[in-house]
Design a protein around this ligand. Structure first.
Ligand code: 5GP
Length: 112
């Protein structure tokens, strides 16, 4: 079954796209948890970080570099947070790996 993110990548459902290249797409989160909240999503589906293998390393590295680029492009100079939720207890709700980039407010620790 196609994930909601595959449908967005295929333009079957709309999303606000901030960046796209051959490896990933970046969209604004539909339910933002901070003034800036985007998702960096690999086009080639990896279900979750727990299922990533050595050969996914280049893709995952690219996701982090683009996450950093999003923070720079959106002037998150005073700080930002990168999050990957994994599995039910980790708070994952979409089974297609994605990197959250959040910023524009003071982050708390520990996270909820
Ligand atoms: P997770 O909970 O799996 O770490 O993150 C999934 C994220 O995807 C959530 O923050 C949720 O708001 C976002 N999301 C779920 N469905 C959609 C959608 O259809 N469009 C967009 N832009 N974001 C979505």
């Amino acid at each position: 079954m196609k994930s909601i993110f595959e449908k967005i990548i295929n333009r079957e459902i709309p999303a606000e796209i901030l960046w796209e290249d051959e490896v990933c797409i970046v969209i604004k989160d539909i339910e933002p948890q901070a003034p800036f909240h985007c998702l960096v999503i690999p086009k080639r589906k990896i279900e979750r970080i727990a299922l990533a293998v050595e050969s996914d390393g280049k893709t995952i590295g690219h996701l982090l570099i683009i996450a950093r680029q999003m923070a720079t492009d959106h002037n998150l100079d005073s700080g930002f947070r990168i999050v990957i939720n994994n599995g039910a207890e980790g708070g994952e709700s979409v089974p297609h790996l994605h990197v959250h980039v959040l910023g524009g407010r003071q982050m708390k620790w520990p996270p909820g």
